[in-house]
Structures are given as structure tokens and as C-alpha cells.
Design a binder for this molecule. Structure first.
Ligand SMILES: [Zn+2]
Length: 533
């Protein structure tokens, strides 16, 4: 049997100087991984438990703690080592809701579909009030509502014109779209872009804070805003504040646009509208609490102090069951660990899995973990910089590296929904590309073919990338992630495809095994503030 099938990747045959050393792949091991992943999969058991037994896992909610405990139990049951939760400081308070009911009162009582924003208070039983439209775009707008909101229910903002669907709401990549991903777009004016984002963020934060406090002070009963998407979907994230000592505002809900728009029309026709709102929601802590990531390892042999990591965020928003975002990623990463144990893999380097928390609030769990174990930029002293999430801050001074910085190899993340892997983004690390080509080759037959040089952002691999450590995400079929599911109450079990998750788990298991057995640590790209490697 072929033990070390060599899959040579010639980058530029015409230019021998550019030809890459062939990356060896242990096809014997990859076969075993595929057998376990495709024929004896447990990925849907894990996915089902996370979504339908535990349910939504807002960071620091009781359900998130349950998920930490359950996943630890699974890792231990599978025989992994160093299974533990690791705290990151001072996340804030936990929150959960159990019911939300909104009705339009009148001769005919009409149920209206709305769900609360996370970290906003409940109503403490049903409240009834006259509906008034309130449109606040800037701080100065607050003034004109002073003294008018007591005992009222607020309709926030304006109607939104319905956008009729013109294309399928579920997508898989085809040859053309995959080819398109291989094109690299040079960044234009990155500094100006960032400055704009910082400005918008700062203004939005200040306005939200002032508005929350204003509504409480004015004695409004509840507020309703429009869902971000049409077609009966409630897309909603946080409101209020999770921080003890900051205003949580008044009970606030997001309503489907098809119920929100008629309320706007009724008010603009000078019709009196009365609503009844009943939200059962509560903060589960009085003071700010740490958040917790869950970790486990498959110990390495000859290079046990070097680490290959894989991970996904386990926290979710609160209205669906956090299925595609991101029980899918968690189930795949856990399954990859189970597979490696089941096939008796003996990696040289230690393989460590991390199930992050606080991702939805700004990559907080992974960022804290990387800072503690690998590297961080010094904390800013400028209060304006301090107030920004890490993703918007400017690096302050030289990178401070921890002992394990040089022992770190590579991190793989999954957080683009539950769709099938079609390849991987190389995050502008060109030396990674031939390695990935070789590692993907045994999965070309299940649709994973593409290595794109471009970056992909906005999730936990960025915590690694930002300090010059290789961190990657896979190219995935979108399915209906960005049309129906992402941060919506439809983020549930039915939107995932079992075969896609099996395929993803096989690829992750194989990638981390390859990384943990290859001769060298994974190649790094040069980083600002770092001498490069
Ligand atoms: Zn996510």
C-alpha cells in the first residue's frame, strides 16, 4: 500500500526556480479519516444536541454554560486530554428570554411577530400603550421627543419598501464562481475605509447609549424596530448593554417588516394604534462575569510542545438555535477531533481544539486566548482607542510575543454557515497555497478544489492573523446563509445538510493531521510590527 503518496504541485513548470518542493500527504491516513467521517459519522448527533437539546447559546447565558459542560463531557468521553474551560475576563452579564408576545388591540386583536433584542429588559408582565413613531438618526433628534413618550410604545424608524425576490435564495458555488474567487482585488484606500468605520462605530455607540438612557428617563414602555430582512424573517442581534452599570434601555423588539410597515402606514393615516407587549426576559447576573472558551487536545508525540489548532465559536444569537452560526462549525471541529482519535492518529505536534465564546460581540474569546497564549499588541492608553473593539484599533507599539508564539503552527476555523467546503482562503499567505493544494487534492472528488489567495474576515481566525500567526477559513457553499439564516430566528437545524457537515469534518481532520505531521511549522507571512519569519 502506498504509504506516502506524493502529490507534487508544480506552481510554475516553465520556471524551475519557482517550483515548489512537493508537499507529502499520508494518503493511508486520509483514507482512514474519510472512512470514519463518511461511513461512521457522528457529526449530526453533535449538531442536533447543540441546536435542539441545548438551543441558542448567547454568550454567558445559562445555555452557553450548558454547552461548555456538554462539549467538555464529549471530549472526555472520546478520550481527549487537557479538557477544560478557560476564562476570559469581564465579558459582562448573561441574559435570556423565554417568551415574547406583541398584539395590536382593537375590534380585532392581531398577533404581530417580533422577538426581543438581546440584553434588553423584559416588560414584567403585559403592558399596553399607544403606539408613536419615533425617528432618531442623531443625538439632536432626542430633544424633539422630550416629555412626549411616557406610557407610550415606540415604533422606531421608518417603513422599508418591500424588496421582491428575483433570484434563488440558496446558492452553491459553480465553476465560474469558484474561478472568480481566485482573483485578488488590491485594497483601495484602506486607511480611509478604516477611519470611516471607526467614525461610524463611535457615533452609533454614542447614539445607542444616549437613546437607551433617554427612553428610560422618559418612561416609554417598549420599543419596536424593523427586522433587517423581509419575508417574515426576524433578524435581530443585541440592544441595551450587557455591561453592569450601563443602561439596558427599555424592552425592545425587532418585528417582521410585513407587520412593521402596516403600523407605520396606520400612524401616517392618523389612525390611533394601541399595542400590548409582553416580554419575559432577564439578566442572569448582577455583575460583569468572565466568559469561557472550551478546549481539548490530542497530545503530540515527538513535537508535543508545538501546536496546531482548530476551532469555531460556540456562542450564538438568541432567536434561532444557533445552527448554521455556529453549531455547524462546532460540530465539525468536534467531529474532526473524534475522527482523529477513532482512527488512532498519532500526530507529532499537539492538536488543540477551541470552542470560542463572545465571537458575536467582537471575537472576544479568541482574541483573549491568543493574547494570553501567543501574542498581543500593547493595550492602548488613548481612551478613544480603548473604547473601540480590537478589530478597529490601531496596533500600539511592537507585538508582545509569549513563549508559545514560536511553537504555534496554524489555526483552522469554520464560521461561514453549514455549507460544503469548496476550498480555502489563503489570507495572502502565498507560501500556504501549494501546501493547501496538496492537502485538498484527496478531497477534489467531494467538491473541495479551490485555493484562493484572498482574505476572508470577520471571525475568529482573524485573532490569529492579526498577530502574524497563520489562521484560515474554508471557502463554503453559501446555501441560504445570507438570505434566510444569518442572525435570524430561522437559524435552525433544517437549514443544514448532513452530507456537507460530514465532508467538512473529513477535510478539517485531514488538514490538522497534515499540519501536525509535516516536517516544518506552517509558513507565516510577514507582519507589520514583526520582523517576519
Ligand atoms: Zn458566526
Amino acid at each position: 500500500m502506498l504509504k506516502w503518496g506524493v502529490l507534487a504541485v508544480a506552481l510554475a513548470v516553465s520556471n524551475p526556480a519557482m517550483a515548489q518542493r512537493a508537499e507529502p500527504v499520508d494518503l493511508d491516513m486520509v483514507s482512514k479519516i474519510r472512512q470514519e467521517a463518511f461511513h461512521r459519522s457522528q457529526v449530526m448527533d453533535t449538531f442536533s444536541h447543540l441546536t435542539e437539546s441545548i438551543g441558542p447559546r448567547l454568550t454567558n447565558s445559562p445555555a452557553m454554560a450548558q454547552a461548555n459542560a456538554w462539549t467538555r463531557g464529549k471530549f472526555s468521553e472520546w478520550g481527549l486530554s487537557n479538557v477544560h474551560d478557560e476564562a476570559f475576563d469581564d465579558f459582562g452579564r448573561g441574559w435570556e428570554f423565554t417568551s415574547a408576545r406583541v398584539e395590536m388591540l382593537g375590534e380585532r386583536v392581531q398577533p404581530l411577530h417580533a422577538l426581543p433584542k438581546a440584553w434588553t429588559p423584559g416588560t414584567n408582565g403585559p403592558v399596553e400603550g399607544e403606539l408613536v413613531q419615533v425617528d432618531i438618526k442623531k443625538l439632536a433628534d432626542l430633544e424633539k421627543y422630550k416629555g412626549t413618550l411616557r406610557g407610550k410604545i415606540l415604533l422606531l424608524g421608518e417603513a422599508r419598501e418591500y424588496k421582491r425576490g428575483t433570484e434563488a435564495d440558496s446558492h452553491r458555488h459553480d465553476a465560474t464562481s469558484l474561478e472568480g474567487l481566485q482573483e485578488f482585488t488590491l485594497p483601495k484606500n484602506a486607511a480611509a475605509e478604516k477611519e470611516k468605520r471607526v467614525k461610524e462605530y463611535t457615533e452609533r455607540q454614542a447614539l445607542a447609549k444616549a437613546t437607551n438612557a433617554f427612553f428610560v428617563e422618559e418612561g416609554a414602555l417598549a420599543a419596536i424596530s424593523i427586522s433587517g430582512w423581509d419575508n417574515g424573517i426576524i433578524r435581530v442581534a443585541g440592544g441595551g448593554s450587557r455591561r453592569a452599570g450601563e443602561s439596558a434601555g427599555i424592552p425592545e423588539l425587532a418585528m417582521i417588516s410585513e407587520h412593521f410597515n402596516p403600523l407605520v402606514r396606520a400612524l401616517s393615516n392618523k389612525q390611533a394604534v394601541k399595542l400590548r407587549v409582553d416580554v419575559a426576559a432577564r439578566f442572569t447576573d448582577d455583575s460583569n462575569q468572565p466568559g469561557y472558551n472550551t478546549l481539548a487536545e490530542l497530545r503530540g508525540s515527538s513535537k508535543a510542545d508545538e501546536v496546531v489548532m482548530l476551532g469555531a465559536h460556540m456562542d450564538s444569537w438568541h432567536t434561532g438555535t444557533g445552527a448554521a452560526d455556529n453549531a455547524a462549525g462546532v460540530a465539525v471541529m468536534m467531529e474532526a477531533m473524534r475522527i482523529l482519535k477513532a482512527v488512532g492518529a498519532k500526530p507529532k505536534r499537539t492538536i488543540r481544539v477551541a470552542l470560542w465564546s463572545g465571537e458575536e460581540q467582537g471575537l472576544i474569546g479568541s482574541q483573549a486566548y491568543v493574547a494570553k497564549h501567543f501574542a498581543q499588541f500593547p493595550e492602548p492608553t488613548d481612551p478613544a482607542q480603548k473604547a473601540l473593539p480590537a478589530s478597529l484599533r490601531e496596533p500600539t507599539g511592537a507585538l508582545v510575543k509569549r513563549r508559545d508564539y514560536d511553537k504555534f503552527s496554524v489555526y483552522f476555523n469554520m464560521d461561514n454557515g453549514s455549507g460544503r467546503f469548496r476550498g480555502i482562503y489563503a489570507q495572502e499567505n502565498l507560501a500556504a497555497m501549494p501546501v493547501f493544494e496538496a492537502w485538498l487534492k484527496p478531497f477534489n472528488d467531494v467538491g473541495a478544489t479551490t485555493v484562493a489567495s484572498r482574505n476572508t474576515g470577520s471571525t475568529d481566525h482573524i485573532s490569529f492573523d492579526r498577530v502574524g500567526l497563520p489562521g484560515f477559513q474554508f471557502i463554503q457553499d453559501k446555501l441560504d446563509y445570507f438570505s434566510n439564516v444569518h442572525h435570524s430566528h430561522l437559524d435552525t437545524w433544517d437549514h443544514a445538510e448532513p452530507e456537507d457537515l460530514k465532508q467538512a469534518a473529513a477535510i478539517v481532520a485531514s488538514f490538522v493531521y497534515n499540519a501536525a505531521t509535516r516536517d516544518d511549522l506552517f509558513p507565516r507571512k510577514t507582519q507589520k510590527g514583526d520582523g517576519g519569519d
